[in-house]
Design a protein around this ligand. Structure first.
Ligand code: C2E
Ligand code: MG
Ligand code: MG
Length: 253
């Protein structure tokens, strides 16, 4: 508890001090096995604690409002990186996680447009990821996502659970992509749920991405289930942009 309070205090200055850094994790197209996207994942380079993962500070940032400046810093870095990759390798999409509070702030949309224009990126190269739990039941978020989708941005519903009771409501959201929760791959039973989610996604023209692919066996399963893309340690752990450059350089033609 005391530790949390200290972390909260530190976080308010961390963004200004440039301690929030962005790692990227590759996403692979399963048909071509080529890297087609990178997810931006926030890390905190804490002066005393070292690298702190987002699960320890995103909830604090959401509570105290720092998520707005933090989220914008991530967005800016991600747009810059997409632009740099396109000039050095081939164009890849970048996916940025957004919290519900950001999506319901009109200012966030202005910032998206500003960063995109500054980096001379087309909207289709930026995907906004929002978790199933945050997107469902919030009509304002659904409306805002609809506007972004109309403008050509990718909209991904993150951490979708195949047997979720709210699958119908997820599928009704104005998305372009479903990202299946990685826990699906960590159980031994058959992939019926995953296959039916893929089929429902297909019907609605949604891309289905499997998260958390760590082994060749899991890769075979997500391919067999008909997923379009995969992300996970098998293809690369989240890392600094230099690591991603090395990866792209080594997988290029
Ligand atoms: P997420 O968006 O679902 O991101 C995927 C998480 O799965 C990442 O955890 C990633 O490191 C982890 N992961 C990827 N491949 C594998 C794998 O093969 N095996 C396993 N076990 N894990 C894998 P991470 O980086 O700790 O991020 C946790 C969550 O924090 C993210 O989940 C996202 O919801 C949130 N987050 C991260 N960055 C941001 C941000 O800039 N803004 C907001 N609002 N949330 C963020
Ligand atoms: Mg995500
Ligand atoms: Mg996820």
């Amino acid at each position: 508890m005391l530790e949390d309070l200290q972390l909260e205090r530190d976080l308010t200055v961390a963004v200004e001090r440039g301690e929030i850094v962005v790692y990227f994790q590759p996403q692979v197209d399963l048909a071509s096995e080529r890297v087609v996207a990178m997810e931006a994942l926030a890390r905190w380079k804490h002066p005393q604690r070292g690298i702190v993962g987002p699960d320890a500070f995103i909830p604090i940032a959401e509570r105290n409002g720092v998520i707005h400046t933090l989220g914008e810093a991530v967005l800016q870095t991600a747009c810059r990186y997409a632009s740099s990759v396109a000039s050095k390798f081939w164009p890849v999409e970048v996916a940025v996680n957004a919290s519900a509070d950001q999506l319901t702030t009109p200012w966030f949309f202005d910032r998206i447009h500003a960063h995109l224009a500054h980096c001379e990126l087309e909207a289709r190269y930026l995907t906004i990821e929002v978790t199933e739990s945050q997107a469902i039941g919030n009509p304002e978020i659904a409306r805002q996502l609809g506007v972004l989708r109309e403008e050509g941005f990718g909209i991904s519903i993150d951490d979708v659970w195949p047997e979720s009771v709210s699958t119908d409501r997820v599928l009704a959201l104005p998305a372009t992509e479903l990202k299946v929760d990685r826990s699906v791959l960590y159980r031994d039973d058959d992939d019926e749920g995953l296959r039916s989610l893929v089929a429902l996604g297909r019907e609605r023209g949604l891309r289905v991405v499997a998260e958390g692919v760590e082994t060749r066996g899991q890769l075979a399963r997500v391919k067999a289930a008909g997923c379009d893309r995969a992300q996970g340690y098998l293809f690369g752990r989240p890392g600094p942009s230099d690591d991603m450059d090395d990866l792209l350089a080594s997988t290029g033609d």
